[in-house]
Write a protein that binds this ligand. Structure first.
Ligand code: AMP
Ligand code: MG
Length: 356
């Protein structure tokens, strides 16, 4: 690294012997190179997904390790599969006793519960028994019977999650919470806060379908996030530009299995216990809160386009891009202003919805 710097300096001063334009160009060159030297990137696997953190900072290498540790810490609290997690202990004590949980777990349960209410039950932190019945928790997929689902639905009422002081309690035996639809968004917020505290002004964090951009690129341009094409994993539908914002995408194509020629995906309609069939292929939320974006990408997918747009009109605080089964890409007004739709040769059409 040092040698490279010296060589670059040498090159730069050699160029400076030339005219003014060359000097400016060389200075620019050096600046760019310095920025690149401060660019650190690492990929890891956590929370059941691939995470890539890019941090522009001279201490980036250590800061990424801190960031990964923070994700692990949260995973150890929130995982539904790790035996000693807060969530597993809470689930094991369902119908029996209250358990003491970490402040982060408490925060997330409370936020999940209140956003669940706000979304009219489309988001449900107590959905776990149904998610398990479909085999999504243990990756042993199968279609449960109607009777099975009907017996489980009464165990999924989020108001039976009782939060008191530092404890949480599931009122009925057989209940269980699953924070899979909110934990990664929360983790992105926590990591962003940690990096900002340590002076990071430019970073992009990717936690599966959850992306968070701190500041802008070193050039001052916004971060660009590709909007996945839900019908083709190798393609995308356009670019979303963000600064100090989260972009979170949910879609049935992200996790599903096939039985007897029919596809069953992992986003459950809490009203029926079946994978949501709302006419949507994909929902993307843009928001300053990664956690809220995570919840809403799941909840608005369950709601379907019409109810989701009503929710947006009535609540605001976020923007959204929907892809429908009919092949339409629908952007809210604010999303449109930071989204460059690319129709290319896929058959999607594009429409913008204005705020009332
Ligand atoms: P996401 O990938 O953020 O859309 O979240 C989907 C994950 O959240 C699933 O894999 C389940 O673990 C869980 N989940 C599924 N349906 C719901 C729902 N209606 N409300 C809350 N969490 C859900
Ligand atoms: Mg989600």
């Amino acid at each position: 690294m040092k040698l490279k710097k010296i060589l670059l300096l040498g090159l730069a001063s050699a160029l400076c012997l030339g005219g003014c334009a060359e000097r400016r160009e060389a200075a620019q060159h050096m600046l760019e190179n310095q920025k690149m030297e401060n660019r650190h990137e690492a990929t890891s696997f956590a929370m059941d997904t691939i995470m890539t953190f890019v941090v522009l900072h001279e201490d980036g290498e250590e800061l990424i390790i801190d960031a990964e540790q923070e994700v692990r810490r949260l995973e150890n609290l929130l995982s539904v599969t790790l035996e000693d997690s807060d969530v597993s202990r809470l689930n094991a004590a369902a119908g029996k006793e209250a358990v003491k949980v970490d402040a982060d777990t408490q925060t997330l349960l409370a936020a999940g519960q209140s956003l669940g209410e706000k979304t009219g039950g489309a988001f449900d932190i107590a959905i776990s028994p149904i998610v398990k019945a479909w085999g999504f928790t243990e990756e042993e997929h199968h279609v449960p019977t109607q009777e099975e689902l009907e017996a489980l639905l009464p165990l999924t009422d989020p108001s039976d999650v009782i939060l008191e002081g530092e404890t949480a309690y599931l009122r009925k035996e057989g209940m269980a919470v699953d924070l899979g639809g909110i934990a990664k968004g929360y983790a992105s917020d926590r990591v962003a806060a940690l990096l900002r505290e340590k002076g990071v002004e430019s970073a992009i964090l990717t936690l599966g379908g959850n992306v968070y951009g701190i500041g802008t690129k070193p050039s001052g341009e916004k971060w660009e996030v590709a909007l996945a094409n839900p019908l083709d994993a190798d393609d995308y539908c356009g670019l979303i530009s963000i600064a100090n914002q989260a972009v979170v995408t949910s879609g049935g194509y992200q996790r599903y299995f096939e039985e007897n020629g029919k596809k069953y995906h992992h986003i459950i309609n809490p009203a029926t216990g079946y994978p949501a069939e709302s006419g949507l292929l994909q929902v993307t939320i843009i928001s300053e809160s990664g956690m809220e974006a995570d919840v809403l990408s799941t909840a608005l997918f369950v709601m379907g386009l019409e109810d989701a747009l009503t929710y947006w009109q009535e609540n605001g605080g976020f923007e959204a891009i929907f892809v429908t089964e009919a092949g339409e890409v629908v952007a809210t007004e604010g999303a449109d202003s930071c989204f460059a739709f690319e129709g290319r040769d896929n058959d999607f059409t594009y429409r913008v919805v204005e705020r009332n």
